[in-house]
Ligand binder design. Structure first.
Ligand code: CP
Length: 308
């Protein structure tokens, strides 16, 4: 039985059945939209509030579209013009917004653990959805990456998945590992400069490497990550050209992967740093499919948490 979800904070410990159920729901919504359905009023009368303390293009926009397409009212809380700049605490902000009767709070925050903190303090009728916290988790990204792969490859247990780049600071990498492992991927390779890899004990069951040429060999899925300089406390890197030489996905390097390997990137991409433009825009790139799937995954999550 899929787990009944009230909040979505992390994919860790969610079983395959729950993940498959969410992916099936996202797929059904994608099919409905492909057949011309523009709005499904599952969440009419419900209110979703986007509370983003960090910048976002894809996640915030797709949560807004997802909520609107389900008929919910949506408020995008503008941090820069809010009273948080006058010293209002996160907890006071939460209780103030709750007093306006919201049903879900979609939160992104630079501090790992903030969504979990909000779960502990939120009113009983409010669902918290993690839209990315520090380097901890980005569960809807993990789901949309799994959905994008499932669109092209049905059997996760036969796949080799390579994630390359700044794994240390990446909440996407952690949620991808949790999703792909739960769905059955056995050969999961994490690659990057040694200074940008987490301790192996943090992500058991993965192979760690600082050699991209060998990590990409035979891979069916390659997920590239950008360098998250905003989370680095010291310069951990050579210059960008030297980085691209060792860890960038070029067309030449892509030829080492399995024929037709899928290329994913959560975005935003830094062309010429972790990925060549010819690969990002090439026939094997699934980057824009990921963006499109983001809306359906977020519709599925909101429907799961909020539909009566
Ligand atoms: N993938 C992702 O989280 O992108 P945004 O930062 O643009 O939301």
């Amino acid at each position: 039985m899929p787990t009944h979800l009230r909040h979505l904070i992390t994919l860790q410990h969610l079983g395959a059945e729950t993940l498959e159920h969410l992916l099936d729901r996202a797929e059904s919504l994608r099919e409905a939209c492909a057949h011309g359905t523009r709005r499904i009023d599952l969440l009419r009368g419900r209110t979703v509030l986007n509370l983003f303390f960090e910048p976002s293009t894809r996640t915030r926009t797709s949560f807004e579209l997802a909520a609107r397409r389900l008929g919910a009212d949506v408020v995008n809380f503008d941090i820069t013009s809010s009273s948080t700049s006058k010293g209002e605490t996160l907890l006071d902000t939460l209780h103030t917004l709750e007093a306006m009767h919201l049903d879900a709070l979609v939160v992104r925050h630079r501090e790992s653990g903030t969504p979990e903190f909000l779960v502990r303090h939120a009113a009983s009728g409010v669902s918290i959805v993690n839209a990315g916290d520090g380097n901890h988790a980005h569960p809807t990204q993990g789901l949309l990456d799994a959905l994008t792969v499932r669109q092209h490859r049905r059997h996760f247990d036969a796949l080799t998945v390579t994630i390359c780049g700044d794994v240390l600071h990446s909440r996407v990498a952690r949620s991808d590992v949790h999703a792909f492992q739960a769905l059955g991927v056995r050969d999961l390779r994490l690659c990057g400069p040694g200074a940008l890899l987490p301790a192996p004990g943090e992500l058991p069951g993965c192979a760690f490497s600082d050699n991209f040429d060998s990590a990409v060999e035979g891979a069916d899925v390659i997920i590239m990550l950008r360098l998250q300089k905003e989370r680095m406390v010291a310069t951990l890197l050579p210059d960008e050209a030297a980085y691209f030489e060792r860890y960038g996905l070029s067309q030449t390097r892509l030829r080492r992967a399995a024929p037709g390997a899928l290329v994913l990137h959560p975005g935003p991409i830094n062309r010429g740093v972790e990925i060549a433009s010819e690969v990002a825009d090439g026939t094997q790139s699934r980057i824009l499919e990921q963006v499109a799937n983001g809306v359906f995954v977020r519709m599925a999550v909101l429907a799961e948490l909020l539909a009566r």
